[in-house]
Ligand binder design. Structure first.
Ligand code: FES
Length: 115
């Protein structure tokens, strides 16, 4: 582990995340150990708790394996809620109108960190 990776705000290197793809990371958010889903769009990365607002289940179907629909939405593996990837709003499925809980992240020098 490098010195940067020992920093608790460090989440991942940008090059670990394919453009248009997801990455699951573990981080401390408000003092709690949480699973996060990172989503990359070009040089931008957005992050949300890996918790579906419908029934509180993880969004991934296996650790780090997320479904993306043909419309470009993140699809919860449990009951199929779909989330757009700007605000994390649920656009269809059982929690329509609800949204994922966003986590602030920064990208600098090729590293993704908690804001
Ligand atoms: S827990 Fe995600 S759709 Fe039900």
């Amino acid at each position: 582990m490098s010195a940067a990776e020992a920093d608790p705000s460090f989440l991942a290197r940008l090059d670990q995340l394919p453009d248009g793809g997801f990455l699951e990371v573990e981080a401390r958010v408000d003092g709690d150990a949480e699973s996060l889903v990172l989503y990359r769009e070009g040089a931008q990365v957005r992050a949300w708790l890996n918790v579906c607002p419908h029934a509180g289940r993880r969004l991934d179907w296996a650790p780090g394996q997320f479904l993306k629909s043909a419309q470009g939405h993140l699809v919860c593996a449990a009951h199929g809620a779909s989330f757009e990837l700007v605000q994390g709003d649920c656009v269809s499925g059982p929690c329509r109108g609800d949204r994922l809980r966003a986590v602030g992240v920064n990208v600098a020098e090729g590293e993704i960190r908690l804001a």
